[in-house]
Design a protein. Structure first.
Length: 726
């Protein structure tokens, strides 16, 4: 199948496009129903009610879905009414807009759950300005009731659709996770086959970390859906595949161990090429599995043949290392080949799970399902924690309120002030919590508005019937909703078409050419205001780096404690493994937050950036520590029969204490690094049958983990010192 066609099919059948279809269908059904029962004016107001409720509607768990819509309806409806009543008072309307904007943008304190509600509340006020001023309070009340009716009907529709599509959303969540892991595999494969160019390697490492961060978010979204009530065999099968993917990510990370050492040895270049091709072939197998699941087909049991990796590693050994604790390069090459083979086996197990040929680990799935799902209840804790001057949500709320005040003042002063709400709408969607996000939205908004004006202008010039325009509104709303997170440029085009046609339907008589020109001018003005105010009370990333670094160190220390603690039990039970899995998730999530902060800081002025080089070194050592602990954990859980625990228990205890001391910056590990490394995990001589006795390998990994933890703590100290000086 053509790659372009397959990519297009993947987009067309994705969860976000499915969600857009649900939104468009709901808007069309509700607006048609209200039009038939209450007339065109009520239908127009109800359509606005639907539009303001749709931002929180994303594929998610069934539990708590209805409550996700309620804040938009309960807050948006009275604000729509108040805005409609205040249309005759410029000062009163400005006071309402500014105060409500401040409160609405405080929703950022709830993170990804709160931001869509903030947008909904702002849309309620802004779209109230799009309709002609009411003739009196009675007409304003009627429009508000229709608005509230549309919003509540969509809340019911969205909840019902999410429940009916839950089975499909589960599959698509896993499909997205499979593709994300496959993309990471391809990049990791390039890491094996790339040249010695240091600049290219650095760029590739940065790409790997970005993909790791994106994968962490993707996996949490999948957990929220797949681990909700996995009570049926099909749900358990999908949840088991997700848990398999989490382990596969660990094995993929561990595949980078010893890679830098072997890359410097010419006699092992052929092996690295074989391993790189193998890992990229595994990525193709995962894509094939995801494609079959997306189409509802039974996954093919055919994988590419696993190469004889042990034979590929059987190359005459090169010169030995001067490090007396380092095993011969030939042993490192064999170990690296075996890890690639284990990754092949993990992919084969995933295919077997998909085909029903292997049962999922129900003990892990049933124990983990509640702990791994993000909370769905609204609490006041985020709101109570933001009342400090350096809190980013508070500063963003003040920034947004000031920008809206400036935008409204400019809109009223303009000679074409009939549609000043377009300026406010542009400010709302462009002004984000960070400069990087604002700049990205700015560029997409300008380009999307230009393209959308061309499309909408053509439709309005054609004088198509009102019924067709309503259909276009529904389709545009669906497209805008579908790509709001994935590709904002597409959303900007669809939103421009939606706004122009919606405004034309609400206020007829304005020449289309003037509406299009006004839209372009108001968008440019709104973008400029949002850009300027993004520098007002900025929350530069350097002010958040300290907390993110401390979170990452604490997560690494907890993960180390539980990963090494698995070796202190005769047979680790499900509960102890669950604790380790939770710690692992927090370790990855904390690094994901730090990677995203680094990426956002690249758009900030150089004078206020955090110490990027130190941060990149810290992130590199963090992922290396996770890789070493993954290798240790794999031996402790899956190859216990090849370990001598009489020799391991004391080093494991001391290793965990040394790493914890290094990461917290206290204790002897940080005071005497070299001595601590030798004392913590003495290196045993690797025997000839080291493939069967893994004890020396585990001790070597433990010694390297202690060394990396000490380097990581030093990196963190430099980052914190640099951030405080910046």
């Amino acid at each position: 199948m053509n790659d372009h066609f397959r990519s297009a099919l993947r987009i067309a059948m994705s969860s976000y496009v499915t969600s857009g279809v649900v939104t468009a269908t709901g808007l069309l059904l509700i607006s048609t129903l209200v039009h038939l029962l209450l007339g065109p004016e009520a239908a127009a107001a109800a359509t606005v009610g639907v539009i303001i409720v749709t931002p929180p509607d994303q594929p998610g768990p069934r539990r708590g879905k209805f409550t996700h819509f309620l804040p938009a309806v309960l807050i948006g409806t009275p604000l729509f009414y108040a805005t409609t009543l205040m249309r005759g008072s410029t000062l009163g309307l400005m006071a309402l807009l500014v105060s409500a904007t401040f409160v609405a943008f405080l929703g950022a304190a709830w993170g990804k759950r709160g931001l869509p509600v903030s947008v909904s509340v702002m849309f309620a006020m802004i779209f109230a300005l799009a309709a002609p001023p009411p003739a009196g309070p009675d007409q304003a009340l009627q429009a508000t009731l229709a608005f509230g009716l549309g919003g509540m009907l969509y809340a019911c529709w969205g909840t019902l659709a999410n429940s009916l599509l839950n089975r499909r959303y589960r599959v698509l969540a896993l499909v997205d996770a499979l593709h994300a892991v496959a993309d990471l595999m391809r990049t990791q494969g390039l890491h094996f086959t790339m040249s010695q160019d240091a600049q290219r390697r650095t760029a590739l490492v940065g790409r790997l970390m970005k993909q790791q961060a994106a994968l962490a978010d993707q996996l949490q979204a999948a957990r929220n859906i797949l681990l909700e009530s996995p009570g049926t065999p099909r749900r358990q099968q999908l949840a088991g595949m997700l848990m398999q993917l989490l382990d596969m990510r660990d094995h993929l990370l561990a595949c980078a161990l010893d890679l830098d050492v072997l890359r410097t040895m010419p006699e092992h270049q052929a092996l690295l090429q074989v391993l790189g091709v193998e890992i990229q072939a595994l990525a193709g197998d995962l894509d094939q599995l995801a494609h079959a699941m997306m189409l509802g087909r039974r996954a093919s049991g055919r994988l590419h043949a696993r190469p004889a990796l042990a034979a590929a590693a059987a190359i005459a050994p090169g010169p030995g290392s001067r490090d007396i604790h380092a095993p011969p390069p030939q042993m490192l090459a064999s170990a690296l080949a075996r890890r690639a083979g284990h990754l092949h086996d993990e992919v084969a197990r995933s295919v077997a799970l998909a085909r029903g040929e292997q049962p999922p680990d129900l003990a892990v799935v049933r124990t983990a399902w509640q702990l791994f799902v993000s909370p769905t209840k609204w609490t006041w804790r985020p709101f109570l924690s933001l009342w400090r001057w350096d809190a980013p949500p508070l500063r963003h709320a003040i920034r947004a309120a000031l920008a809206i005040a400036a935008g409204y003042a400019v809109g009223v002063a303009l000679p074409w002030g009939a549609h000043e709400y377009w300026i406010l709408l542009t400010i709302t969607v462009v002004l984000r919590g960070s400069l990087a996000q604002t700049l990205e939205r700015r560029n997409s908004r300008v380009a999307g508005t230009f393209l959308g004006c061309l499309l909408a202008g053509a439709l309005l010039y054609a004088h198509v019937p009102a019924v067709v325009l309503l259909l276009v509104v529904a389709v545009a709303q669906g497209i805008a909703h579908a790509f709001a997170i994935q590709r904002y440029l597409v959303t900007a085009v669809a939103a421009t078409v939606l706004a122009l046609i919606q405004a034309h339907l609400l206020s007829t008589g304005t020449p289309p050419a003037f509406e299009v020109a006004e839209r372009l001018m108001d968008t440019l003005i709104g973008v400029a205001i949002a850009w300027v105010f993004s520098y007002v009370l900025p929350s530069w990333e350097r002010t958040q780096v300290g907390a993110l670094v401390r979170r990452a160190l604490a997560a690494q220390a907890k993960h180390t404690e539980l990963a090494l603690g698995l070796g202190q039990q005769a047979a680790p039970d499900t509960q102890s493994e669950l604790g380790w899995r939770l710690a692992r998730r927090e370790a990855y999530d904390s690094l994901s937050a730090l990677v995203q902060a680094v990426q956002r800081s690249l758009s900030e002025p150089k004078a206020v950036r955090p110490p990027l080089q130190e941060l990149e070194r810290m992130l590199g050592h963090s992922y290396q520590l996770l890789a070493q602990l993954t290798a240790i954990k794999t031996m402790l859980l899956q190859r216990r029969e090849r370990l001598d625990f009489t020799l391991l228990r004391d080093p494991l205890d001391r290793g965990a204490l040394a790493i914890a001391a290094a990461l917290t910056g206290a204790g002897p590990a940080s005071a005497a690094p070299s001595a601590a490394r030798e004392e913590t995990a003495p290196m045993l001589e690797l025997p000839a049958d080291s493939e069967h006795d893994l004890t020396p390998w585990l001790l070597r990994r433990l010694r390297l983990a202690v060394a990396i933890a000490q380097d990581l703590q030093a990196d963190a100290a430099r980052v914190l010192a640099g951030a405080s000086r910046a």
